[in-house]
Structure formats: structure tokens, C-alpha cells
Design a protein. Sequence first.
Length: 300
Amino acid sequence: MKPIGDMINNVVKKRNLGNFSLLQKEVLQDKDVQTFLKENASHLNKAIVANSMANLYEFYTQKKNANHVMDGYQPELFLNGRVIDVRYKPTAEKISHDREKLTKEHLELIDLPKKLHNVRLSQLDLTAERSEAFGLIQKFLLDYKKDIHQRGLFLTGDFGVGKTYLLAGLANYVAAMSKNVVFLHVPTFISGLSRHFEDNSLQKEINKVAESDLLILDDIGAETLSQWSRDDVLGVILQARMDNVLPTFFSSNLSMDDLEEHFKETKNSIDAVKAGRLMQRVRFLAKEVVVDGENRRIQE
């Protein structure tokens, strides 16, 4: 080993890296360095190790006392031709943080609690009552990765069985794929439409919802409709999504048949024809799935 020691000592002195004996003891005997040398023994020789001492020293010191400029990254050794080199890869914490940031940037919650940003499909309690809906969501995601033009789901069931949380998990998953997701609470959205008249932003709001990569309409059927909000807002949004085959999901306490009855009656009239037309769009866009179970709202 003495010839190697002499060569390394010259490198250390030339590059002002400190005391060679300390390097040999602490750097070459570092467990991560030792693991790398053993794993790549067939590709290494004395000259390569000697010529790589500066990089091994950088790896060792960055691992022990990371430079704040490199926050979020960790050093990694790799063979670069005839020298052992150092590169920096993001830490698990940074990858997770960046994914969370990306998800929040691509998911817009309208009139829904911000805590839904934190819902993940992998963390949801999978019960027998949720299994069919969960399985269909997983199938949707597999198909969506191949072709974004997929049919969504219409989750129907009693209050508090977890429909919104299932859809929140879906929303965050798709948003993490850098797709623009709009998730809105229909009753509050409809009742708040008048505020867009003040700044002439209504058409922009409707376009944003209609054109999003993925749209989730939560609690549809609980809203109070006028002919205008039914035909010129919901109708326009759903028509645009049907025309462009954009995935659309719904949650409701009503079945599809009951929702059609709800759509018939507005504040000033009853119109079965227009309700039927609106439901044709809903049925084209989504498959009806019943979600049963106990009221879990307090638990979740």
C-alpha cells in the first residue's frame, strides 16, 4: 500500500487538502467509501484511487458537514471514466417537498378546505364499502397515464362515507403528474357566481373549470339552481368537457336518477327536457358507483 500512500500524499500536498494520514484514516476507511471501493473493486486500481483522493475528500467532508448551498442534496460517488467522481442527488426529504409543492401548484381547491391538499390515496383507510370505488380510481389512473381522455366516476352515497376524501386522493395524485386539477364544491361555487359579475371574471372562471385537465365536482345536487346557473354554467362546463372528452368526477348524496329530478326544478320553473340534456352529459362523462359505509366525517 506504500506506493499508493506516496502518490496520495503528493496529491494532498499539491491541493492543500490537509494531513494525509488523517485522510487515509478517516476518508479511505469511511464506511460509505469502503462500500463503494468494494462494490467497484473490479474497475479500480491504485492509480485511480490515488488520483481520486480530492473527490473522495469532497464526498467525505460534504457528507459530514454539508455546505448550506447544497441543502436538499447529498453527495454520491460514481465512476467517471478513470476517476472516482462526486455528484449530488436530491435527498428523500427534498424529493418529497418538491412533490408536495408541485401538487399544490397544480391543484386548485375552490370553496373546499385546504386540508384536502394533504390527502393521499395510499393513506386512506380501504374498507369493503370503499373497495369498488378505490379499485376503479386505480384503474382510471393506470389508463390515464396512457391516454388522458378517460371517463370519470360519479360517486354516490350517504353523507360522510368518504366520497370527498377518495376524490381528494385522486386529485392530488393527478396534480403530482403536473396536470391542472380543479376540485370545487358545487353548492358554494354556484351561490358565489354573482361575485364574478363585479370584475367581469365569470367567463374566465367558467373557462378555467371547463378546460382543466381533471375536474371534480363535489356535492353536486345540493345546490340551489336557477335556469341560468343550470343551463349557462353547469351545462356549458359539462358540454365543453364532453366535447373534449376531459375526465370529470362527481360526488353526490343523490343517485343519477335523483339528480335528474333535482335538475328539473329551478327557482322559477320546471323543465324536464333541459334536465335530461344535462344528465346526458353527466352520464357520458362518468360511471355511477355507490359508496356505502358509516359516517366517517368526524374520524377523517
